[in-house]
Design a binder for this molecule. Structure first.
Ligand code: OXD
Length: 311
């Protein structure tokens, strides 16, 4: 089997080639190459943000593996063949990173460590009031593999947790909301709202002025999903008016975030450059190789994307 790799970073292409070749050692006829290797026509590919010519250069693909968590960048490729099966990564080392990122931000917010940092800079010694954990309900919007891991970790820190998914989910200790309850009812109880859902037609621009107004006044937003879920101007207005106390943002509508964007120096925004779950190539390659072996032996790997749903 021939496997093509595409990724905007050349050193990452090389890492995928090495890691997949190593994990598929022993499988007959395996060749893993950059997608644009002259004369190289592959049956499977691993892709992240494939360039415009990718599918024309690889016309014989039977399976496509996403080299990151979100598949929106594959589904919106204008030349994606309609029936090409796409497989997403399932955790592959990203859940632990998401858990670390979200719980770090949550703990900072709840325990007021930002304020203590400001106090240190001002050489000011004062113990600040602490509200009971029971009053800080955390909402996780999106309960896939990563969202579920975050919801459980937040629960285990002692916070009350509610989760929202399209369809009902049963996670011990997590109050479940779904489309039947309505988003407004879910948002009304979120002191901290963590966005963990994929970018789809249903979620694009969902978090706008109307929905920010449904959150309790002074709520905090953590977005580790996609910038496109949020209407950024409405978020800025909600921060400026005090409806939101602050936001921890890892993802943005336009990345890299343009230098003139107000988020960069907004006093209520904490931001990072889309690092909340970095693909661990070697772990991901091991997972892709298991799925490839399943395909070769006629079995159906897990993690197949439903293009209609968008994830
Ligand atoms: C993502 C990723 O999907 O970086 O955002 O994997």
């Amino acid at each position: 089997m021939k496997i093509a790799i595409t990724h905007p970073v050349a050193s990452t292409v090389a890492r995928w080639c090495d890691a997949l070749s190593a994990t598929l050692e022993g499988v007959q006829g395996v060749e893993v190459r950059p997608y644009d290797t002259p004369g190289f026509v592959a049956q499977a590919a691993v892709a992240w943000k494939p360039p415009a010519d990718f599918f024309a250069r690889q016309p014989a693909l039977e399976a496509l593996f996403c080299a990151g968590a979100g598949v929106d960048q594959l589904l919106t490729h204008p030349a994606l063949p309609a029936r090409l099966p796409i497989y997403r990564l399932e955790d592959a080392g990203m859940a632990a990173q998401m858990v670390a990122y979200c719980t770090h931000e949550l703990v900072r917010v709840h325990y007021r460590y930002d304020a203590y940092e400001r106090q240190q800079r001002a050489r000011h010694w004062e113990e600040l009031p602490l509200s009971p954990l029971a009053q800080c309900e955390v909402g996780v919007f999106g309960l896939g593999v990563l969202g579920t891991a975050v919801a459980k970790a937040v629960r285990d820190l002692g916070f009350p947790v509610r989760g929202y998914a399209r369809t009902p989910r049963a996670i011990e200790g997590v109050r479940s909301f779904d489309d039947r309850d309505g988003l407004g009812e879910f948002l009304a109880g979120c002191r901290v709202l963590i966005l963990m859902a994929p970018l789809t037609e249903a979620t694009r621009g969902l978090f706008d002025a109307r929905h920010f107004a449904r959150l309790p006044k002074g709520a905090w937003l953590i977005n580790v999903a996609r910038g496109g879920l949020v209407v950024e101007d409405d978020l800025l207005a909600a921060l400026d008016s005090g409806q939101l106390a602050g936001a921890s943002l890892d993802v943005f509508t336009h990345e890299p975030l343009p230098a003139e964007h107000r988020f960069w120096d907004h006093p209520k925004v904490r931001m990072t450059p889309h690092i909340s779950a970095i693909t661990v190539v070697e772990v991901s390659a091991a997972q892709v190789s298991v799925k490839l072996r399943e395909l070769v032996s006629g079995r159906t790997p897990s993690g197949r994307v439903d293009p209609q749903r968008g994830y």
